[in-house]
Design a protein around this ligand. Structure first.
Ligand SMILES: NC(=O)c1ccc[n+]([C@@H]2O[C@H](COP(=O)([O-])OP(=O)(O)OC[C@H]3O[C@@H](n4cnc5c(N)ncnc54)[C@H](O)[C@@H]3O)[C@@H](O)[C@H]2O)c1
Length: 321
């Protein structure tokens, strides 16, 4: 159900006219963020190597400059016009890939983040770094608060930890204005991940739906629109400097229950049989469940879009495409 409180993005006006760079802006979260930012500033640059991002996303943002570039090229990064604010979203985001290719994952997520920090230092820009629930690993504290500590169980999680540590170093030693946001499972139109995987599988064969793992692993699903609200506030609110925020919904849903909910929405509950592989991929996390009280309080932020509403929207969108 949609909540009653309409969230007002704090200080959004402060982004007006700012020179903003979004690394990874052609990807899922980047696309939605840039779409909103393009209505606030005419000086928006999407910086993306298109390894996973799509030109279609860039085109649909409309009012933005696009630089096809790699965060691993310092020369190219430095050639981008001086920024006031950098959202650093570019990353290698696939956990199993990180376990098979730890060096590539490290290069992109750890060294790449360091290079973007150098760009921010050169420009004296604020930097917002996209981190992940993967830094917590399999937390014994549920829901998990920001101060739980680093216990990654995947190379992806570890490379995000390294990125966060460099952010902290740049804040402490160079006085850089840095804010870290840790995302739970972000979903919505054009997303990747479990919801789309399920829809892909059902489209191929509606008689069965296979879940990788036991189905008992659970996730904190947060809608992209709520996430963008938080990102806009973080980018415009000076008091967030040096802070870290959990961005989730504050609830957890078992993957098997997600599958059942999706089949119910699709009216396939009596036609599709759910199976599980039992074994998940290396580095998979059992439970993601964020404590979001700090984010709620300090950002005056309330995620309001329910999983059921959003799944319906994703399904409707896929049927149209
Ligand atoms: N989607 C989620 O649920 C989620 C959860 C936790 C954290 N995050 C983090 O949020 C950020 C955005 O995630 P997303 O879901 O939009 O992923 P995405 O894969 O859709 O977007 C990442 C973008 O980065 C670009 N990119 C990758 N390597 C690059 C490089 N070397 N140089 C330049 N561009 C490069 C890709 O082309 C892509 O457009 C990532 O940092 C990710 O780790 C996402």
């Amino acid at each position: 159900m949609k909540g009653n409180i309409d969230f007002v993005v704090v200080g959004m006006g402060d982004l007006k006219g700012k020179k903003i760079v979004v690394t990874g802006g052609a990807g899922f979260i980047g696309f939605h963020l840039c779409k909103r930012l393009s209505g606030l500033t005419s000086n928006l640059t999407i910086y993306d190597n298109l390894s996973a991002g799509k030109m279609e996303n860039v085109k649909d943002v409309g009012k933005a400059r696009f630089v096809k570039g790699d965060i691993l090229s310092l020369k190219k990064l430095f050639s981008v016009e001086k920024a006031d604010l950098i959202y650093h979203l570019a990353a290698q985001v696939v956990v199993p890939y990180s376990m098979e290719n730890p060096l590539i994952d490290f290069e992109t997520n750890a060294k790449g983040t360091l290079q973007v920090l150098e760009k921010a230092r050169k420009d004296d820009a604020k930097l917002v770094f996209a981190s992940s629930a993967a830094v917590y690993g399999n937390p014994t504290q549920l829901p998990t608060t920001e101060d739980y500590g680093f216990h990654p169980v995947s190379c992806y999680g570890l490379s995000k930890v390294v990125g966060e540590e460099y952010c902290a170093m740049y804040k402490d030693q160079y006085g850089l204005d840095v804010t870290i946001v840790r995302f739970a499972n972000v979903y919505g139109l054009r997303c990747h991940g479990v919801i789309h995987d399920f829809l892909d599988k059902i489209a191929i064969d509606p008689s069965k739906l296979e879940i990788i793992g036991t189905g008992l692993q659970s996730r904190d699903f947060v809608n992209i629109s709520d996430v963008v609200d938080a990102l806009l506030t973080v980018g415009s609110d000076e008091s967030t400097s040096g802070k870290t925020y959990n961005i989730g919904f504050g609830t957890t849903t078992k993957i098997i229950d997600l599958a059942k909910l999706m089949l119910k929405i699709l009216n396939l509950q009596d036609k599709t049989s759910i199976t599980t592989t039992g074994v998940s991929w290396q580095g998979d996390i059992t439970t993601i469940w964020f404590d979001i009280s700090k984010t709620r309080k300090e950002l005056n932020w309330n995620p309001k879009i329910s999983l059921e509403d959003s799944i319906k929207e994703v399904i409707a969108d896929r049927n149209l495409r």
